[in-house]
Ligand binder design. Sequence first.
Ligand SMILES: O=C(O)CCC(=O)C(=O)O
Ligand SMILES: [Fe+2]
Length: 258
Amino acid sequence: MKNIVDTKLHPISTSIDYINDCKKKLESNSILKLDNFLLPNILQDIQNEANLLHTKAYYCSQKHTILLNKKSDSFEVNDPCNIELKSDKGCVPHDLIPKKSELRKLYESTEFVRFIENVLGINKIYPYKDTLSSINYNYYEKGQELGWHFDNASFAVTLMIQSSDSGGVFQYVSKGRDFDRNIVDKDLISSIFNGSYPVNKLSANPGTLILFYGRNYLHRVTPVTSKKCRILVTLNYNLEEGVELSENARLTFFGRLK
Ligand SMILES: O=C(O)CCC(=O)C(=O)O
Ligand SMILES: [Fe+2]
């Protein structure tokens, strides 16, 4: 791990103060952004790998609501939970990532996993049981975007690999839903849709690691407007062992089940 992460800047396994500082930042800003997380040569290796794998990406376009459901007739007119949004991007699933990839070493590293667990205050996190969902390269080409949504997973860990020259901005609000209590703040969501609520935007450079609670915070990626695409890796973990991504989601995002 110390050959992958810049442990001088980010002593993720050796400094209790650093870990506590990350915890505090996540609590107070609801998002944790760690710039220059990777060593420069490792970032370069991963960028090369992302470019080599680019032609293998499976592209999908989907219509969905903020809760990632299909629009339905059973809602009142203008219910913000039933507004249809669009998401489209390309994805290279886990099984196409080379065995020697630095990303796999990071994802599987005990120290890195322990760091995520510590920051989240969770006992243990696990990889996906299926062969596709644990590490994903995501490619957002010109015109592609992720519509406003809440994730199904409780937390998200992402690594920025290449920023677009314009567009492709990650926007979020650090509230909107309380998953455990089954509450969605519809007034807030309506005001985000009509542009009267100021949303946060996060600028991430290549090599930035981000951790956030995507299940309770509304977020999106604005359309990429440059020829240069946006490339981002999601490092996907579960709170329980042996979890598979649903067949429906695998067919949607990867175009296959295994
Ligand atoms: O691309 C990003 O920055 C966010 C990705 C995301 O929100 C998701 O995959 O659910
Ligand atoms: Fe998301």
